[in-house]
Design a protein around this ligand. Sequence first.
Ligand SMILES: Cc1cc2nc3c(=O)[nH]c(=O)nc-3n(C[C@H](O)[C@H](O)[C@H](O)COP(=O)(O)OP(=O)(O)OC[C@H]3O[C@@H](n4cnc5c(N)ncnc54)[C@H](O)[C@@H]3O)c2cc1C
Length: 374
Amino acid sequence: MTCETIARYGCASTAMCYVMHTSAVAAIMLRPTPELIDKYIRPLNSGKLGTLSYSDPETGSHFWYPISSGAEKTDGGYKVRKKASWTTSGGFADFYVVQTTSPNFTGYDDLSVFVIDGADVQSQPSLWDALGLRGNQSGPIQVDNVEIPGEQVVGPLGDGASSNDEAVDPWFLIGSSSVWNGIALGAIDIAKRHTTRKKHVDVGMRVADYPTIQDYVGEAVMDTNACRLFGYSVAQACDTATDDNTKTLAPGETARADFLHWLWQIKFEAAKNTAHVVDKMLHACGGSGYKRDMELERYLRDAKAGWVMGPTNEVLRQFVGKAVLLGFESLDYWNQTYNRRAVENEVKKLDAAGKRELAEQLLAEVAASEAKAE
Ligand SMILES: Cc1cc2nc3c(=O)[nH]c(=O)nc-3n(C[C@H](O)[C@H](O)[C@H](O)COP(=O)(O)OP(=O)(O)OC[C@H]3O[C@@H](n4cnc5c(N)ncnc54)[C@H](O)[C@@H]3O)c2cc1C
């Protein structure tokens, strides 16, 4: 996997830009049109760069919930607004694949995808300053009611949720997992190089001769290879389901999306593993690893991005556990399913006056929404 190799040999930021680029291209290629191909895909040969801008400052890690965005139909196309707190390659990309609520949207599962040209995007890349991945410029961007031609919608209106499951998530989760695995491999390489060279003259041993250090490296290699093979097998399942990415999928038809549950798991495991491995390789290298010149510290900082990058590992482990225990439909991405158990439990705690107050409040809300609907 290219992303794994780029990250292993020291450029995780470039690898993440590449992941976002290929995910943006995959989102377009899920619903290709002659216009989108001519404008965005053919020029890729000349080095054009794309990216994804999905996450929203108001909803944080719930990047599938674009509250600060929207689109409306105009005569020739759409007027699009988008606010994103994070966008890899923000300010440098030639095109941005963005997700917004649909024109005349009916609820937060009614999302649409548009391509916005770099010239129409406001950004201040110089403000990006973070613990790791310092080269990937994941700063905020804004698309301020920009008018775009109708050909720049990707897929039919309302296709956002399914294009997310079928293209964006699979490509992003496989690609980013490869980056986290590459960082783990790179940290192991550095630890191997250092511990096999550094000698303790008093006991005549190299650091690598201590069984403790051998244990650290042995466990790191096995855990990282488990993550890699897990990632490869899910990637292969996606390839098989799409006849090596040649299958044309109609809106609503799924292939890679059938493996979403597994895709979440590979990202969780790779991000968890890399954070652990970089810590252990630092321990193996001792104080020398703590100094910048060995460059292990950069791998350590870059690795920390895996856990917090959406979908975060907190969100993923809950998705997986909840889906296993209560079924996929219980996940309620868009906060639409009524949790009767929780409500009834809370209501039980109210006295008669509290229940009356709540009932009156609810009846007033019903009256207001009925009046609005008339
Ligand atoms: C280096 C980097 C690059 C990025 N690049 C891009 C990009 O190119 N495009 C893009 O669209 N986005 C990008 N993002 C944004 C990313 O996907 C998230 O939206 C962002 O990291 C959320 O940050 P936040 O501070 O709002 O976290 P918050 O959502 O406030 O999270 C705070 C804590 O709450 C936890 N939490 C949140 N929701 C739940 C829940 N339901 N259950 C349990 N715990 C929960 C989180 O796991 C975390 O521990 C990038 C992020 C990073 C770090």
